[in-house]
Design a protein around this ligand. Sequence first.
Ligand code: GLU
Length: 299
Amino acid sequence: MNYIGRFAPSPTGPLHAGSLVAALASWLDARTHGGQWLLRIEDVDTPRCSPGVDRIIIAQLQDCGLHADAAPLWQSQRSALYQQALERLIVQGLAYPCDCSRRDIETEMLRRGQTPARNTELIYPGTCRPTSSQRHELADAANPSAWRLRTDQTASTVHWHDGRLGPQHQDVASAVGDFVLKRADGCFSYQLAVVVDDAAQAISDVVRGEDLVDNTARQILLQHALGLPTPRYLHTPLLLGANGEKLSKQNGAQAINTSDPLAALNSAAAVLGLPAQSTNVPEALQAWVAAWASLQSRA
Ligand code: GLU
C-alpha cells in the first residue's frame, strides 16, 4: 500500500495543544501504515498569516519528534497551479465570477425570506450564477472578482466514509451553495488549494481535526470536477477550550511549550485515546504507534 499522509497547518499562529492533536494523529497514522508523512504550510490566505510562524511551527514539530519525510511545501508559492485548476473549471463552465459582498448576500437572503447566519459563511443564493447556456471566457480569469464553483451542474450530494466517524453525506448545493474558489483580493480559497495540493503530493490519507469534517464534501466535489483522486479521510476528536468550543487562538490557546515536548504530546495523545507515556519523546512515539495500530484495527 502506497500510503502518503500530511499535516497542513495554516501559519496564523504557532502550534497549540489542539493543532498538535492533528499533527500527532496524522504522523501516527502514516507511521502505522509504513507510509510517508509530509508537511504543507497552508499560507494561501496571506492576510491571515503571520511572518515567521511557519518556521516556528516547523521547529515545534521537530521538538516533538515529528519529522517530515520530505521538504515542506508552501502554498504561497503555488498560485500558478491553483490558477490552472481554476481555469480548467472555467473552461468546463463550472466556475463563474461573483461581485457580491457579504452585505449583498444578506440582502438577497432577506429578500427571499431567509435569515442569514451570523459569523459563518453564508449559503450563496446564486445571484451572479450565469444561466446554464452562458459560459465565461478564460480571459475573464484576469477579472478581479471572486470566483465561485457552481454546485447546480452535477449531482451535488457527496457520500464518503470517514475512518472514525463512519458513513457521511452532504448535499453541497443546499448545505453550502456555490462556494468561493478565488477571492476578490486574489487569494485562492482553502478548498481549491487543498484539493490541488493533496493531489499534487499524491496524498492517500488525510488525517485532520473534526472541525474540518464539514469541508470534505466540498473537496470531494472539486476532486470530481478536476478529475483528481479522492484520498481516504479520518477526522480526529478535538481538544475543546474552556468555553466548550474547539481550542483555537481566538479562545485563548497558548503555543505548546516545547521545553517539555513529552507533556505537550501526552495531552495530544489523551485526546486520541492513547495512554500516557513517561519515558522520553522517541519511546513515547514508538509506544503510541503500536497503540494507534491496535485502536485502528478495533475501529
Ligand atoms: N490548514 C488547515 C488548518 O490549519 C488544515 C487543512 C487540512 O488539513 O485539510 O486548519
